[in-house]
Structures are given as C-alpha cells and as structure tokens.
Design a protein around this ligand. Structure first.
Ligand SMILES: O=C(O)[C@@H](CO)OP(=O)(O)O
Length: 407
C-alpha cells in the first residue's frame, strides 16, 4: 500500500464577502481535489486543542498522529531538530524571528522576508553585541535558520539549568500583524532575559549596515528580535513504530523538517521550494511522484496558503490552492493510479483567516480517498462539504489511525 499526505498549510478559512460569501477553498477551481472528494470521504478534524496555541507546531504533530498533550514541548525544539541540533535535558530552544516593528506595531513578522545571508550577519552581530559574559549569556547562542526563522539555544547543565520553563509565556509574531506589541512581551520564568535581548536588539539593529542597505534598496529593515515558542527536548516514537509505515517529508520549512526528523522520516529538499507564494509547486509535485518508488508514505507540506492568509490576500490563497491542485495533487493521483493499492489524505493543519491574518482554533476540512475508504455523498473539497459529511475527529491525532487502517 502507498500512502500520500498533502498538507496545504492554513488553507481552511471562513466565508469572505469579496468572494460572494465563499471560502477560498470554495472559490478556487480544484478539479482533482473535487474528483477525489467525489470518490472518497470528507470529515472535520480538530488539530488545535483549546489549551494549546493554534499554531502549525501543535497542529502538524496532531495531524501526523501525535497527541500534543504527550509530545509537544514547544515550537523551537521541533525546528532545532531540523538543523540536527540535539537538545540535552537542561537545554532550551527559543524561536528568534527577525521582525519589523514601527511605533510598537508589528508591521511585518518576516522583516520583509529578510534573506538568510542578511539574517546570518544580523545574528552574528547580536551574538557579539547583545550577549555579555554573565553566566546566562555565556550559555546562549543565536543559530541562523532560513530567512526570518532563526533560533536561540540555551545550553544548561545540572548545576545551571535553564531559567525558562513550560510556564514561560510568549506570543507568536505572526499573530500580532498590524497590532500593538506592548502587551505581548514574554512573561514568566526567565522572561527578563528574553525581554532584555528583544529590547536591546532595537538599538543594535537600527544602525546595522545590513539594515541601512535594505532601506536604501527600498526594503523594510529587521528592526527587532522577537523571541517566542521556546521549549525543552522533545522525544517521540517513530512513525514506523506507531503505524508500521516508512515515510518521507517534502517541505520548505524547518518546522515540518524537524517534525519529520523526530518521527524518523528523511526529508527531500526540493530546489525552488521557498515556503512562500513563489514556491515551485511543479518541482515539489515531481519530487513527490519520484519518492513513491522508495517510500510507503510521501508527505508534501505547502506553506503558501498560510503565508497568503497572514498577508490577508484571499486572491493569492486561491491561486496557491489552484497551483497545489494542478501541480501536486494531480500528478500524484495519476502516479498512484498506476501504482497499485493506495490511499491519499488532504488536510490543512489549522485554519488561518484572511480577515484577521491569524491562525485560529477550530475544525479543518479533510479528504481521504483510495483503497478501503468508503465514499460519502460529498462531491467538493471545502469546509461546508466536510461539515455536511458529518464525520468528526475531535482529537486530530486519531485521524492517522483511521487513514492508515480504515474501518
Ligand atoms: O514559521 C513561521 O514563523 C510561521 C509564519 O510564517 O509559520 P506558520 O504560520 O506555519 O506557523
């Protein structure tokens, strides 16, 4: 049996007036997904239990069958795993965004998609200038990731455990777009250290040559560090131990790469996959089709619908969905049809509303089709059809059992 999972990140939405009351999924032309909906079954799933942030970190763990109550320690540790960073039991990983804040308003949580080269240079300056020789500072290291998505690692030991804990509260910068940041600085254990670094970064970055050049080039500068999503070392059984299936991940973002590493999946890096609206959908589709020869399960994650939502652009969200249908779902369905028994699952992780530019808690529509999956009466892939189907996974982590071993 071959399995395919396609994750159009954040694609679930609400009806939008400018779309005549349709959601982006309803407004998009998705012939292949609709054909699968007609052959397969739809359902709703909740991947964001209300006591967790409505983030991709919790939601993607959930949809791959991992109960966040048991396995989630924070977002940054998952991304650290993508970089091969091993965390010891006294270590902590902290997500470090480069952001643009103007007059205390979060103008851009991506610092205008600052390049990885620029981010690396900015973080090197932060390492040199913001961290002193206090016992705590000496244990902190900024680690560049991709573009605005970077890390700060604390290395502790039994005598000097991390000052942070699961009680340290932080806010995701992509949920603050266009909003005041004044009430959203870290709180709780160790937050004084994080707040100091975030505050001190403003003066350092203001005069930085990288930013001066960005401004001269008409780009937004990276005005601040924003620290959030921290946690200690995660541990979880592999996907093969859980479900007896060997998988592989295709994604452009460290979060999904890290989850893949932790569940024992290799990753296929695709040239042209950017994690943004300009990603090369066809290249991801081709890589996924090729991977079917070597793995039982191929998982393709596409970040673009979520990024379009964070920018409040329903037109771009529709375009991204149509590209996914044409360049990823269609070639995979064609390849699966020729390859014997198979099942396909299409599901976003969480809803992201174009109206608020934020992730939100709530059910997402999912579609399963293939061998031993009984058809229901729905014929389109969207939120209303999934609700009408009447099947629900109130615990999103139960979905994977139903997909791998349908009753
Ligand atoms: O990586 C991130 O910072 C965010 C926004 O780009 O991703 P997501 O919305 O998928 O959590």
């Amino acid at each position: 049996m071959k399995y395919v999972i396609i994750i159009p990140d954040g694609c679930a939405d609400e009806p939008i007036e400018a779309l005549g009351g349709k959601t982006p999924l309803q407004a998009a032309k998705l012939p292949t997904m609709d054909a699968l909906a007609a052959k397969g079954c739809m359902a709703l799933a909740n991947n964001t239990p209300s006591h967790f942030p409505a983030g991709s970190e919790v939601a993607n763990l959930c949809l791959l069958g991992y109960d966040p109550n048991e396995y989630f320690t924070g977002r940054a540790p998952l991304e650290a795993a993508a970089q091969g960073i091993q965390l010891g039991k006294h270590d902590f990983a902290i997500r470090c965004n480069l952001v643009t804040i103007d007059d205390q308003i979060m103008t851009d949580f991506t610092a205008d998609h600052v390049s990885t080269e620029e981010a690396t240079e900015l973080l090197a300056s932060c390492q040199k200038e913001l961290l002193g020789d206090t016992a705590c500072d000496a244990r902190l290291e900024f680690v560049p990731g991709v573009s605005y998505r970077n890390l700060l690692i604390y290395r502790g030991d039994a005598d000097t455990p991390a000052p942070f804990s699961s009680e340290t509260r932080t806010s995701a910068p992509h949920d603050l777009t266009d909003l005041s940041v004044v009430d959203d600085f870290p709180r709780g254990p160790g937050s004084d250290i994080l707040v100091r670094l975030m505050s001190d970064s403003a003066a350092l970055l203001a005069d930085h040559p990288v930013n001066k050049k960005r401004i001269a080039d008409g780009k937004r500068p990276a005005t601040n560090l924003w620290l959030w999503g921290l946690g200690g070392a995660p541990a979880m059984p592999t996907f093969e131990q859980r479900f007896g299936v060997r998988g592989v991940m295709i994604t452009a973002v460290d979060l999904l790469r890290g989850i893949a590493a932790l569940v024992g999946w290799p990753r296929i890096d695709v040239v042209g996959a950017t994690g943004y609206l300009d990603t090369d959908y066809a290249a991801k589709g081709r890589a996924a089709v090729n991977a079917l020869a070597d793995y039982d399960l191929v998982c393709v994650h596409i970040e673009a619908p979520d990024e379009a939502s964070h920018e409040g652009r329903h037109d771009e969200k529709i375009k991204a969905l149509e590209q996914i249908d044409q360049h990823i779902v269609a070639p995979l369905v064609a390849a699966l049809t020729d390859s014997g028994p198979h099942r396909i699952l299409i599901t976003p992780d969480h809803p992201t509303f174009c109206s608020t530019k934020k992730h939100t808690h709530g059910m997402v529509p999912l579609l399963m089709a293939g061998d031993a999956i009984e058809a229901d009466t729905q014929t389109t892939y969207d939120e209303l059809a999934a609700e009408a189907a009447g099947r629900r996974f109130d615990h999103g982590w139960d979905l994977m059992d139903a997909f791998v071993q349908p009753k």
